[in-house]
Design a protein. Structure first.
Length: 412
C-alpha cells in the first residue's frame, strides 16, 4: 500500500502546490513520487526504466522543438496576425480565435498554442481597446476543445493513441470526435456571447502583421510544418495500403523536428529552451503509475465496484470529473490499464480522450494550458481571470460539451 500512499501525497501536493514557504512545480512533485517508490522498493529500477514509454517522450521532444522554433522565429505570430486581419467585428474576432486556435491545437499541441496565443490575444485586446477576458476565455476554450479531436492535440490523447494499438489514430479520432468538437466550438462562441454581450458590440480593428524575427529559422519551420502534414497524411494512407509497416507517431514528430535540429544555427539554444520539465514529469509519472498498478490496489477496487468502468458513458463522466482532482494526464495513465484489463472498445478510449480533455473547460486547474494562459496574462498585463469567473462559464459549457460528446459516441 506504500505506492497508494505516495500517489495520494502526490495528488494532494499537486492540488495545493505549496508547503509553508516552499512552492512546488508539478514536475517536481511527480519526480519526488517516483523517487519515493524507488527508494522504498515498490518498484525495481529495471522495471521502472522499462515502464517509461519512450515513444511518448520522443514524440513530445520532437514537437517541443518545432513549437520552440515557431515561437523563437516569430513565424507563427506573424501568420496569426495576418489571419486576424480578417476580423471586422468582435464576433468575427472571437470566432477566429475559437476556430483558428482550435484547429491549430489539433496539430501543434495545446500548451504550445497557449504560450504563443496569450500575448497575441492581449495585443488584439489592446488594439481594439477591448477587455481581454472574453478573448482570453475564447483562447482557453478553443485550445482545450480543439485538441480533443486529434491524437497529437494533447499529451493524454497521445497516451491513448500510443498505448492501445489504435491502427489509424488520426482517422479514428476524427471519426468519433471531429464533428462534436466543431459543434462544441460553436457552443463556446454562443456561451461567450451570452456572458459578454456588451463586449461583442464593438467593431474590430485589424492588426498589421509584424515581420518575422528570424527569417532563416522561419523557413526551417515552414519545412517542418510541411513534413508534419505530409507525414500525417502518409500515416493515414499506410494503414490502408500497407498496415504491416510500423510507422509510429513518434517518427512523425522527430522527422518534423529534424530540419531544425540539422540546419538551424540556433539548434543548441532551441534544445536547451524546450520544456524539459514536462519530459521529466512524464518519465516520473510512468514510473509512479507502474508502481501503483503493480500494487494490485485498483484491480481489487474494480472487483468490488458495480459500475461498468468500460462503458462509454461511465468513462466519459468519470474522466471529466477525476481530471479536476488528479490532473488529466495522470488520470489517463491510471485509467488506461483498467480499460485494457476490461477489454475496452474504441468508443471507450475515445470517451476517455474526450472526457479527460474537455475537463479543461470546467476549471482553470482542469488543463495546464489554462494555467499557462493565466500566468502569462498576469505577467504581461493587469488583466486576469479568477477561478470563479472561469467556472461560471466553464460549468454550463462543460456540461453541454460532455452531453454533445456522449450523444455522438452513442451514435457512432
Amino acid at each position: 500500500m506504500t505506492s497508494i500512499a505516495v500517489l495520494g501525497l502526490v495528488f494532494s501536493l499537486i492540488a495545493v502546490r505549496q508547503i509553508g514557504r516552499v512552492h512546488f512545480q508539478i514536475w517536481q512533485i511527480m519526480l519526488l513520487g517516483a523517487v519515493a517508490v524507488l527508494i522504498t522498493g515498490q518498484i525495481a529500477p529495471v522495471t521502472a526504466l522499462k515502464a517509461i514509454n519512450l515513444d511518448v517522450i520522443f514524440f513530445l521532444f520532437g514537437m517541443f522543438i518545432v513549437g520552440e522554433a515557431l515561437e523563437e522565429s516569430g513565424y507563427l505570430e506573424h501568420l496569426s496576425q495576418r489571419f486576424f486581419k480578417l476580423a471586422k467585428s468582435m464576433d468575427g474576432l472571437v470566432l477566429l480565435i475559437l476556430f483558428g486556435a482550435g484547429l491549430l491545437a489539433a496539430l501543434l499541441m495545446n500548451d504550445t498554442l497557449a504560450i504563443i496565443g496569450t500575448p497575441l490575444v492581449l495585443l488584439l485586446a489592446k488594439k481594439n481597446t477591448a477587455r481581454a477576458k472574453p478573448l482570453l476565455l475564447a483562447l482557453a476554450f478553443s485550445i482545450t476543445t480543439g485538441s480533443v479531436m486529434s491524437p497529437i492535440g494533447n499529451p493524454q490523447n497521445l497516451l491513448i493513441a500510443l498505448g492501445n494499438g489504435i491502427n489509424n489514430p488520426f482517422v479514428t479520432f476524427a471519426r468519433y470526435l471531429a464533428l462534436p468538437t466543431i459543434i462544441n466550438l460553436v457552443i463556446a462562441y454562443l456561451m461567450l456571447k451570452l456572458y459578454y454581450r456588451r463586449d461583442f458590440r464593438k467593431t474590430a480593428e485589424a492588426l498589421q502583421p509584424q515581420p518575422v524575427r528570424d527569417m532563416a529559422l522561419a523557413r526551417l519551420c515552414q519545412v517542418s510544418l510541411i513534413f508534419l502534414v505530409l507525414l500525417i497524411a502518409l500515416k493515414i494512407v499506410l494503414v490502408f495500403v500497407s498496415p504491416q509497416i510500423d510507422f509510429r507517431l513518434t517518427f512523425i514528430a522527430l522527422a518534423a523536428a529534424l530540419p531544425i535540429i540539422l540546419f538551424s544555427c540556433h539548434r543548441l539554444q532551441l534544445i536547451k529552451s524546450i520544456d524539459w520539465s514536462t519530459l521529466v514529469f512524464f518519465a516520473a509519472m510512468f514510473i509512479l503509475m507502474a508502481s501503483v498498478w503493480n500494487s494490485g490496489f485498483f484491480q481489487g477496487l474494480l472487483a468490488d465496484m458495480h459500475l461498468n468502468l468500460a462503458d462509454e458513458s461511465v468513462v466519459l463522466g468519470i474522466s471529466a470529473l477525476l481530471s479536476q482532482f488528479i490532473s488529466n494526464v495522470p488520470m489517463v495513465a491510471l485509467y488506461l490499464p483498467m480499460l485494457g484489463q476490461l477489454g475496452s472498445s474504441i468508443g471507450a478510449l475515445m470517451a476517455l480522450a474526450a472526457g479527460s480533455t474537455i475537463a479543461g473547460n470546467l476549471t482553470i486547474l482542469g488543463a495546464a494550458s489554462n494555467v499557462i494562459i493565466i500566468q502569462s496574462c498576469e505577467k504581461k498585463s493587469d488583466e486576469t481571470i479568477t477561478f470563479w469567473e472561469f467556472f461560471r462559464i466553464g460549468l454550463p459549457l462543460t456540461a453541454i460539451n460532455v452531453a454533445v460528446y456522449w450523444v455522438f459516441l452513442k451514435l457512432v
